[in-house]
Design a protein around this ligand. Structure first.
Ligand code: C2E
Ligand code: SIN
Ligand code: SIN
Ligand code: FE
Ligand code: FE
Length: 912
């Protein structure tokens, strides 16, 4: 790309700049030269002006002389007799003068009226010159007058005429004599004067008509050019100089001089020299000087051009070309200017050094790029593999993903992933591709003794990969090879899976290429093995956590069952379900110890095919179960079929097909409550955790059993206590009746009727307990009323009433501290409140009064009225009932009264 080099050749190019510099010198120099030339032109012009004016003056002087001669001649003629008194020979005389003088074209005399009197040349009669200027001027001024160009009326030729008056004796003008001067003659005379070459002489009259012209008079004379610049200048100047265009179009330097002073009406003589001829020589000299200067400059420029090209531009071009090549990526480019000295040489040397540097760096960069590309590929592969590891938390699935990654992503031909078991063996978890099921006799261990250590043990021991580049030379892998013959493996790599320095498994890779396990690939495989180890450890931890969580959950479920149910059977069912599920066993049961008999009896079971075992009764110490209870420890039997000790219930368990057995004692508060047994129909190799969980469940079973026993005891003593209490209450109420002098059985009757009425009104059983107690104790407050009032035979005074009305409050004060009786307070406290609000102690109204009290009031009043009281005799039942009916809505709740009558109407009308 030469894009940036090209502008160098424009205005900013070295050569261009040189040229511009020279031009900068040349322009003022040429200006100076031109100015000098101009000065010289001016001098030349001034000299020429002087010359033309001198020539014009010279000619004017000659003409003036000639005019003077003509004046004198005419003066003489005017005085001649022939003219003063013209006679017949007047023409003759004039003709003679004409011939003698020889200068004029004609001589004549005109009368004052202009009529021709006589003429040297013959004339037609009647010819007049009255309109001629020379005639009229002479007549007016009375002196000599010169006319302009004219064509003579007698001569018929172009002439200039002169006139002079002729005076009579009295001095009056009697005529005008005139002389006609032929212009031909005049022009001829001028032609003889010898003007310089190229110069012209022109005489114009005041009308702008050309009288004389040299050269070429015949072309110009007689014609008027009043507007020609020359004519204008001549008539304006009178005397002077001017640079103007001539009537022939040629510009000349003119000198003007009038023939007669003052110039006003006279002729003006102009002598001109063409400008070209004046300055020609001068300009030729100037041109030569200029050409010389320019030529020299060009020569100088060319020399500079060559020198700059050689010393500057060529090296710069070389530099630019080298730069272009480097820009386009060719770092081998050099300037090739080693031999050049000076600044450019230094630049070139520096450039070459830089290029060498760039070349080196480029090589380095390429090396780095290749390295980075390789690393990127590794990272991409690792990333792809790592993604496989996030797919699952299942150990076997994960192992499969790892194996697949080694084959599909990393290019191994076969990948085997095995788990390192605690017993030193390797459990195969994944093989990709799976050629066929792994043979049973393929035993891989990670703890072989050193002398027999294969690659797996070696790799696990050092915690680093072990590579077998040539399988044929490794005897320990022969079993593998036998099995994997189809793979056609040449080389093998073992990558241990380590977690916190402990082996968790191995990855074995096989390849059909012997050089497959190159260093960088092994590094990649090892890196991925680290990731896989972490992921597998995670998955294992996750599975373990999951299992523990489930077991915790199971314990909680059992807990809930224990606290949520008082039925031991329900609790044990829940427990046994968790036992079989969480311990992974087929069946389980609980035998409880009967303390008095010291025998274990079946109470709950699960998972059994027959009900035979439900009849289990074992003495303490009898069989595995009896021993577990007696020795208070877990008894385990790995295989019942091989058990040397007799299984006490072999006959009972017959047909169940159990293999594994375990019994755990149920111990609560240091006492054996029974045992829990588990059965499995296949071999089990329980670990410590399993046993721990079995014991935990047995502990919970013990708690459940203990709880149930406790509850049973509590319930029994509670019942006994309640019975004792109520008996006491009845005793109290009888004592109260006695003090109140109530009829025998008053309270019992009132209680029974109240309960019936309450039940009829829909009160619930648990409320009736309290209604009953309340009714029994309804007048317990009367214990605070003195006998004098209580047993008074007559009506009570107001003061006595006041005391009597306190008895419900006394009841409240007496009973409310007893929590057991607090729910029964309604009746003792409120049985004297009335529906219409006129009762006591609080004056409650309507439904403000507790329903139990409203019910009781009806029953109590009925019984009081129909009993003998100290203060009156008993009423008849009819009267009492009438009273109650009457008090509905006043004393009593009408709804209760209604219910009461439905109840009493439905029974035999006998009084109790
Ligand atoms: P108590 O004798 O057990 O009477 C209970 C309620 O039955 C009385 O509440 C009253 O509502 C009704 N009752 C009983 N006898 C009669 C009666 O002859 N006529 C009417 N209309 N209703 C009757 P009360 O009136 O609040 O009395 C509460 C307690 O005060 C009575 O219990 C009794 O121990 C005592 N008492 C009431 N009146 C007298 C009286 O005149 N003399 C004496 N010594 N004691 C009286
Ligand atoms: C004329 O009047 O014809 C010309 C003037 C002159 O020649 O004086
Ligand atoms: C002549 O000389 O031809 C006569 C005078 C005149 O024409 O002015
Ligand atoms: Fe009462
Ligand atoms: Fe009573």
């Amino acid at each position: 790309m030469r894009a940036f080099a090209l502008p160098l050749r424009g205005l900013t190019g070295l050569r261009t700049r040189l040229l511009l510099l020279l031009l900068l010198l040349l322009i003022p120099m040429s200006g100076l030269m031109y100015y000098g030339n101009l000065q010289e032109d001016r001098i030349l012009e001034r000299r020429t002006f002087e010359e033309v004016q001198r020539l014009a003056q010279h000619f004017a002087d000659q003409q003036a002389l000639f005019v003077d001669q003509t004046r004198y001649f005419l003066i003489n003629l005017a005085h001649s007799e022939a003219v003063r008194r013209p006679t017949a020979d007047c023409n003759e005389v004039l003709a003679r003068h004409l011939r003698e003088v020889g200068l004029y074209a004609n001589l004549g005399l005109a009368a004052p009226d202009g009529r021709i009197v006589c003429s040297a040349l013959p004339f037609a009669p009647g010819v007049t010159i009255a309109d001629r200027q020379y005639f009229r001027e002479a007549l007016r001024s009375g002196g000599f007058a010169i006319g302009g160009y004219q064509i003579g009326r007698i001569t018929g030729r172009a002439t200039v005429n002169f006139g002079l008056p002729v005076r009579g004796a009295d001095g009056s003008i009697t005529g005008i004599v005139f002389a006609a001067l032929s212009l031909d003659w005049l022009n001829r005379a001028v032609g003889a004067t010898g003007l310089p070459d190229g110069s012209t002489l022109t005489v114009v009259d005041h009308n702008g008509r050309i009288l004389v012209r040299h050269p070429d008079p015949e072309r110009w004379v007689g014609k008027a050019y009043p507007d020609a610049p020359l004519v204008q200048a001549a008539l304006a100047e009178g005397r002077g100089v001017a640079r103007v265009r001539g009537i022939d179009g040629t510009t000349r330097l003119y000198g003007f001089v009038p023939i007669e002073e003052p110039a006003a009406r006279a002729l003006v003589i102009a002598v001109g020299i063409p400008v070209t001829s004046v300055f020609a020589e001068q300009h030729v000299i100037f041109g030569r000087t200029l050409a010389g200067v320019l030529g020299l400059s060009a020569l100088l420029l060319f020399a500079a051009w060559l020198v700059v090209g050689r010393l500057v531009i060529q090296p710069v071009d070389a530099l630019v070309r080298a730069t272009e090549r480097i820009r386009s990526g060719d770092y081998t480019a050099r300037t090739g200017l080693e031999r050049i000295s000076g600044e450019l040489g230094s630049v070139a040397a520096a450039f070459d050094l830089m290029a060498a540097d760039l070349q080196r760096r480029e090589a380095e960069r390429e090396r780095h790029t290749r390295q980075i590309t390789r690393q990127l590929e590794t990272i991409t592969a690792l990333y792809a593999g790592a993604r496989q590891l996030t797919r699952s938390l299942d150990v076997d699935e994960l192992a499969g993903a790892v194996a697949r990654a080694y084959v599909e992503v990393f290019g191994a031909d076969l990948a085997f992933v095995g788990e390192a078991c605690a017993d030193g063996s390797i459990r195969p978890t994944a093989v990709v591709p799976m050629p066929e099921p792994l043979p049973d006799d393929l035993v891989i261990r990670w703890d072989d003794p050193p002398e027999a250590a294969g690659p797996v043990t070696r790799a696990t021991r050092i915690g680093r990969p072990v590579i077998v580049a040539d399988l044929a030379a490794e005897p320990s892998v022969q079993p593998w090879l036998r099995h994997l013959r189809g793979v056609g493996a040449q080389s093998l790599g073992v990558f241990p899976l380590m977690s916190r320095e402990a082996p968790v498994g191995v990855i074995v890779l096989l390849s059909r290429r012997s050089g497959f396990f190159a260093t960088d690939r092994v590094e990649l495989f090892e890196a991925y093995a680290h990731q896989a180890a972490a992921a597998l450890t995670n998955a294992r931890l996750h599975a373990e956590t999951q299992r523990r969580l489930q077991r915790l959950d199971a314990l909680r479920t059992v807990d809930l069952a224990i606290t949520g149910s008082l039925d031991l059977r329900v609790t044990l069912d829940v427990l046994l379900e968790q036992v079989t599920r969480q311990l992974g066993v087929d069946a389980a049961d609980v035998l409880l110890l009967q303390p008095q008999l010291q025998v274990l009896e079946f109470v709950a079971g699960r998972g059994f095919q027959s009900r035979a075992l439900e009849g289990t009764r074992l003495r303490l110490g009898q069989g595995y179960a009896g021993r577990a209870a007696l020795e208070r420890r877990v008894v385990q039997v790995p295989d019942l079929r091989l058990a040397d000790e007799e299984f006490a219930r072999a006959d009972l368990a017959a047909g169940e097909g159990f293999v594994t057995y375990a019994a755990a004692p149920l111990v609560a508060k240091g006492q054996v409550k029974g045992i829990m047994e588990v059965f499995h129909r296949a071999p089990l190799t329980p670990d410590a955790e399993w046993l721990g969980f079995l014991e935990a469940l047995a502990g919970q079973a013990a708690i459940a059993v203990d709880n149930a026993a406790l509850f049973e005891g509590l319930q029994r003593s509670n019942l006994e206590l309640t019975l004792a209490y109520d008996t006491t209450l009845e005793g109290w109420s009888r004592a109260l009746d006695l003090r109140d002098r109530e009829t025998e059985g008053h309270t019992q009757r009132v209680v029974e009727l109240t309960l019936r009425l309450a039940r009829a009104m829909g009160l619930r059983e648990e409320e009736l307990v309290h209604v009953r107690r309340g009714a029994l104790l309804h007048d317990i407050g009367k214990m605070g009323i003195p006998d004098s009032i209580l047993h008074k035979p007559g009506p009570l005074t107001e003061a006595e009433w006041e005391i009597m009305r306190r008895h419900p409050v006394y009841a409240y004060d007496l009973l409310s501290p007893i929590a057991y009786l607090r729910p029964a307070l309604d009746i003792p406290y409120c049985h004297h409140e009335k529906w219409d609000g006129t009762g006591y102690p609080r004056g409650l109204q309507g439904e403000q009064i507790p329903l139990a009290a409203r019910i009781f009031a009806v029953v109590d009043v009925l019984d009081a009225l129909t009993s003998d009281r100290p203060y009156r005799r008993a009423w008849s039942r009819e009267r009492a009932l009438a009273y109650i009916r009457e008090q509905a809505g006043a004393h009593f709740d009408p709804a209760v009264v209604n219910a009461f009558f439905r109840l009493v109407d439905g029974e035999p009308a006998t009084t109790s």
